[in-house]
Design a protein around this ligand. Structure first.
Ligand code: NAI
Ligand code: MG
Length: 366
């Protein structure tokens, strides 16, 4: 048996800094009886543009299609702001998502007890929170035609089109039901079926797919009511599935229930490959943070938790994923904080590598 393959794309800014800490976690598992990966590393974003004149080389794209999972840091930076749109670092990431056809974006909102005070909501509302938002990522109003700014009479009209085919709804709904089966077996689908035909179809198709998952308790909610419920009592949810636009808003809202951008992982999954694993890209939600890049201040936890998601969703290593999450919980409970987690308190922050080392040490303890 060959080892599972992982393509690492650290990218720009703090990307390489946080990825260096993930490498420590990967190496720890390799040396301690955990999974051993066939790891390759390549360029994406501004650094790829510097080396090849394109934010994603064709060879890198081809490699991404072959491997079992891709782990990405972050792309972008002020140095590239003046580049032509098609050469911008972000285009590298968008090309990966598009050509791998990653239609299900998984964004967990999980509250680590030690950070419950850090939330803008009351501690009892967020402590123990563990929900997952599945956002459709490749269709909907961000892609629908017609689009553009058109002349109509003597004024201009901005046009975008919300459009969903049954198969697009079906496949993301299946991803969400599969996820619900591995978690609390509850799924809430959010749309605006009261005012949008695409929402009516969404509700119909999700209900139909639900017949294949009789164990999952399915509910429906209008997305605006969903936003209210997410801030009022988020613990009522387990898995939420929604479209691209509502998912963009609701996943950002849910993420901030629990604290800092430096803590948030994500996964983008596509169709199953020949080996049964889904096409997959794992990345922290944050960007390249040019304001703190190169200073050892970045919080590596979002990227480390993204790797934990890879263990769980690409490599069937839920136990190892839970072990990483426990290690993060432990170091936070011990009081370790990178600068982004300190707020107004007068405590001294730990550096990126000190945080990574502490997590590895906690892994070793169990
Ligand atoms: P950002 O996420 O890079 O930074 C926003 C703020 O959060 C900054 O103050 C930053 O220092 C802080 N922050 C972010 N991650 C952190 C971490 N791990 N630890 C501690 N603090 C952290 O978003 P921003 O500033 O809007 O964009 C900066 C660059 O990143 C731009 O070029 C943008 O296009 C790119 N970007 C890339 C993304 C990606 O690669 N997926 C996503 C978002 C932005
Ligand atoms: Mg957003």
């Amino acid at each position: 048996m060959t080892n599972p393959s992982l393509l690492i794309l650290p990218g720009d800014g703090i990307g390489p800094e946080v990825m260096a800490e993930v490498r420590k976690v990967i190496d720890w598992f390799g040396a301690n009886g955990g999974p051993v990966f066939d790891v390759s590393e390549d360029l994406v974003g501004g650094c790829a543009y510097d080396a090849h004149g394109t934010p994603l080389h064709d060879d890198t794209m081809a490699r991404a299609q072959e491997v079992d999972a891709v782990l990405l840091g972050a792309v972008g930076g002020p140095k590239y702001d003046s580049l032509d749109f098609s050469l911008k670092p972000e285009r590298g990431l968008l090309r990966l998502r598009k050509e791998m056809d990653l239609y299900a974006n998984l964004r967990p909102a999980q509250c680590f007890d030690a950070l419950a005070d850090f939330s803008s909501l009351k501690t009892e509302v967020v402590s123990g929170l563990d929900i997952m938002i599945v956002r459709e990522l490749t269709s909907g109003v961000y892609f629908g035609e017609p689009r553009g700014i058109i002349e109509e009479g003597n004024e201009r009209v901005g046009v975008n089109t919300q459009r969903y085919t049954e198969s697009e709804i079906d496949r993301v709904a299946r991803s969400a039901f599969e996820l619900a089966m591995r978690r609390g077996k509850r799924l809430c689908s959010m749309e605006k079926a009261n005012v949008m035909e695409s929402g009516v179809l969404w509700r119909e198709v999700v209900t139909q797919v639900g017949k294949d998952y009789p164990e999952v308790e399915l509910s429906h909610m209008y997305a605006d009511a969903g936003a209210m419920q997410l801030t009022r009592w988020p613990k009522q949810f387990d898995v939420i599935v929604t479209d691209n636009l509502f998912g963009d808003l609701l996943s950002d809202l849910a993420a901030m229930l629990t604290g800092s951008l430096g803590m948030l992982p994500s996964a983008s999954l596509g169709a199953p490959m020949a080996n049964g694993r889904p096409k997959a890209l794992y990345e922290p939600v944050h960007g390249s943070a040019p304001d703190i890049a190169g200073q050892g201040k970045a919080n590596p936890i979002a990227c480390i938790l993204s790797f934990a998601m890879a263990l769980r969703y690409s490599f069937d290593r839920g136990e190892d994923a839970a072990r990483v999450e426990r290690a993060v919980e432990t170091v936070l409970a011990d009081g370790l904080r990178t600068a982004d987690l300190l707020g107004e308190e007068g405590k001294a922050p730990v550096s990126t590598s000190e945080m990574g080392d502490a997590i590895v040490a906690a892994l070793a303890k169990g």
